[in-house]
Design a protein around this ligand. Sequence first.
Ligand SMILES: [Zn+2]
Ligand SMILES: [Zn+2]
Length: 348
Amino acid sequence: MKTAIFEKAGSMIIEEVNKPTIQAPDDAIIKIVRACVCGSDLWSYSHGDVKEGHSVNSGHEALGIVEEVGPEVTDIHPGDFVIVPFTHGCGKCDACRAGFDGTCDNHVAPTNWGNGYQAEYLRFHYANWALIKVPGQPSDYSEDLLKSLLALADVMPTGYHAARVAPVKQGDKVVVIGDGAVGQCAVIAAKMRGASQIIMMSRHEERQKLALQLGATAVVAERGEEGIAKVREILGGGADAALECVGTESSIEQALGVLHNGGHIGYVGIPHYNNRPIGSTFAQNISFGGGSASVTTYVKNELLEAVLDGRINPGKVFTNTYDFSEINQAYQDMADRKVIKSMLIVSE
Ligand SMILES: [Zn+2]
Ligand SMILES: [Zn+2]
């Protein structure tokens, strides 16, 4: 089968490898239909994170058809159309039952996080509870709906996670930091949870427009002190919640700056800073929540239904589609910020 390989920074290639096989009783083999590139894949592709050369791709979002399951997989069957999340919650431990399957107690990092999804086939471990069955088959859905279903593998639940842990509630004033796919989905989530005002901080016209279409009530292009002043002017004070969807120190600074004392930060950008002692926010009484999203919980409880009945359209974050063979272009165009998120057609 064909798989994408991280050759080196700036270079993704396709290689022929052996098709994966069932190795554990709770494995499933999935034939990938759609995959995509995540903003987090770009940390090693173009933002300087070190990743071993000629190594497995970090792709971790897909839609597919179950081809084979191990003997302990009883809830999912060959032929099922599934959303393949980046997480592998067990559904039974304390963390999963509390709705934190992104950090399942039984499947701790890194095995709780998938990779290698940019391929024709995937071995998905801990499959029984974590995979999410979609009614029917891919051919029953429009391309737009497939995009929204694919967004449920990571970015929509991740944006939702920021809003849940913040925790955004009816009437809240919310600021979203990060205009990529996760930030756009955080706007959708804030709206779902009843926020009265949602400000997207973005300097890019196309991304500002999308945020407004998805539920933002205002956009702020300024950054730093100027951006903070603009947000406070629009809200008539500080925000109740800041959803931090980037993962840099400056984005955390921005989040802290827009909140009123006693406000909440929901952070879902993978942290690329290590000098923020928790005590630094004591004087502001800030509550922090964040981490890996509870994909399976949110999708099974609420998000799949919201996509299927047309209430939310997170697929709008996929602004370009590529054939699997064009994988490097799909990465490069995202790195160049020409597209918000790249979808890959792997099979029909
Ligand atoms: Zn991701
Ligand atoms: Zn668990």
